[in-house]
Design a protein around this ligand. Structure first.
Ligand code: S3P
Length: 176
């Protein structure tokens, strides 16, 4: 990478963790481009995630998610918001590891209250069902993340600033 090309920053975390909002803010602060993987899929498929799940099924969506993630490997200077389930496949985890992948960590109860009534999220189920999914996924978020941000009690701006600080430390250490 030359002086002007920098690694992408990839935000991961459960549904409701603010990946989209925080990635937009971060991209604006760093003068990076912003990509939301769910938006990319919806644009390319010309339909909503909800409809994709309902009509084609989850496996079809996961396959598209992997294809998009593979393609994003050749991009630079992007802040990328992923979908909460991007860590479900071993291939995706392999692609995320060794990138500037940041896990936005929240308590389950906080997330649950944000997403419980969101009919646009096909993975949303009962409290127990979501909690099981959350508990199953934690290990994968942790496995993929280079950094974990403890987000509880922090604002979007505070979280963004924390990521920016990590990012400037990384760039200083790599000699940029
Ligand atoms: C999913 C999360 C969603 C979206 C899809 C599946 C998941 O993204 O990718 O509905 O499996 O957790 P958000 O995390 O932005 O809600």
């Amino acid at each position: 990478m030359n002086q002007d090309t920098k690694e992408n920053i990839i935000l991961i975390g459960f549904m409701g963790s603010g990946k989209t909002t925080i990635s937009k803010e971060l991209a604006a602060c760093l003068h990076y481009s912003w990509i939301d993987m769910d938006d990319m899929i919806e644009n390319e498929e010309q339909t909503s995630i909800g409809r994709l799940f309902a009509v084609e099924g989850e496996a079809y969506f996961r396959n598209l998610e992997t294809k998009v993630l593979r393609r994003l490997q050749s991009f630079q200077n992007q802040v990328i918001a992923t979908g909460g389930g991007v860590i479900a496949s071993a291939e995706n985890r392999g692609l995320l590891k060794n990138t500037m992948c940041i896990y936005l960590e929240w308590d389950f109860n906080t997330l649950y209250h944000r997403i419980a009534n969101d009919s646009n999220r096909p993975m949303v189920s009962s409290y127990g069902g979501l909690e099981d999914l959350f508990n199953k996924r934690i290990q994968y978020y942790e496995e993929c993340a280079k950094y974990k941000i403890a987000c509880e009690g922090k604002t979007v701006l505070e979280i963004t600033k924390e990521i920016q600080e990590i990012w400037s430390d990384e760039n200083e250490n790599s000699g940029y």
